[in-house]
Design a protein. Structure first.
Length: 264
């Protein structure tokens, strides 16, 4: 082989060899886009609607009516208390605002304030033994309930399962009405009315689902206990008198929240 042929062969090898070596090298994997982890951390504003059921133990509407009307004469007192149950039911609707923080272990802690308007009302007729066949209509209406609660839960991606508890308030109106027709047959009406803001406690549980960007829906059950309370009942003719109430409430609510900031 002469020098010219050797040079030509060497040049061909140098031209062909680099692509062959490059083809033998492993290919670099394409970059994977960064996916941010979903979190419940943030604050929200929302609305809710649902049903409510209340139970009242009322003591003593008979004594209130008979003794204030002086049916038994001067110094007379109705013997023994009479406790009657008055059930209420109705619709609640309102709003809530709160903030949550999700820990790396998926535990969530938060705080929430909520207010609900309501149509919970109920009544019961009780007999007045000192002037048969007279009766009194005992009525209770609750139109406003508020609560300040903390909540703790566990997040499973876009789902949050939680329990809650805190302090609650309820605004209730009471009335005991009727007419004295028996006994002396006076035909005298009575209309005792009272108003109070009750303070109690509440516990509950629910599940919340983030169904769209910035939006979530939830279903929640809550139990309220407002303890015992004595309200001052007033009647223009018969004067004031005390009436005691022991009240509990249960609600089932469906809500929706808009997550204003911090939620991803």
């Amino acid at each position: 082989m002469n020098k010219l042929s050797f040079a030509t062969a060497t040049a061909l090898v140098l031209v062909i060899a680099p692509p062959v070596r490059a083809a033998d090298l492993p290919l670099k994997a394409p970059a994977t886009p960064f996916v941010e982890r979903f979190t419940w951390t943030g604050c929200y504003l929302g609305a809710h609607v649902g049903g409510a059921w209340m139970r009242n133990s009322v003591t003593d509407p008979v004594l209130l009516v008979q003794d204030n009307a002086n049916l038994g004469g001067p110094g007379f007192t109705t013997v023994g208390p009479t406790t009657v149950g008055v059930n209420q039911d109705g619709v609640v609707a309102g709003g809530q605002i709160g903030c949550d923080y999700q820990f790396p272990q998926n535990f969530v802690l938060g705080i929430e304030g909520a207010a609900s308007g309501g149509t919970m009302k109920g009544s019961r007729v009780v007999a007045l033994p000192d002037s048969p066949p007279d009766t009194a209509l005992v009525s209770v209406k609750t139109d406003f309930v508020t609560a300040l609660t903390g909540r703790a839960g566990y997040a499973v991606d876009h789902w949050l399962f939680y329990a809650r508890g805190g302090v609650a308030w309820a605004n209730s109106k009471y009335s005991v009405t009727g007419t004295f027709n028996g006994g002396a047959g006076l035909g005298l009406p009575f209309d005792f009315e009272g108003l109070s803001i009750r303070t109690g406690w509440t516990v509950g549980a629910g599940a919340e689902w983030a169904f769209a960007q910035d939006w979530s829906a939830r279903l929640e059950y809550d139990y309220y206990d407002f303890g015992s309370h004595t309200a001052t009942m007033n009647d223009i003719v018969n004067g004031p008198g005390p009436l005691s109430f022991k009240t509990t409430m249960q609600t089932v609510k469906l809500g929706v929240n808009f997550h204003m900031w911090g939620w991803q």
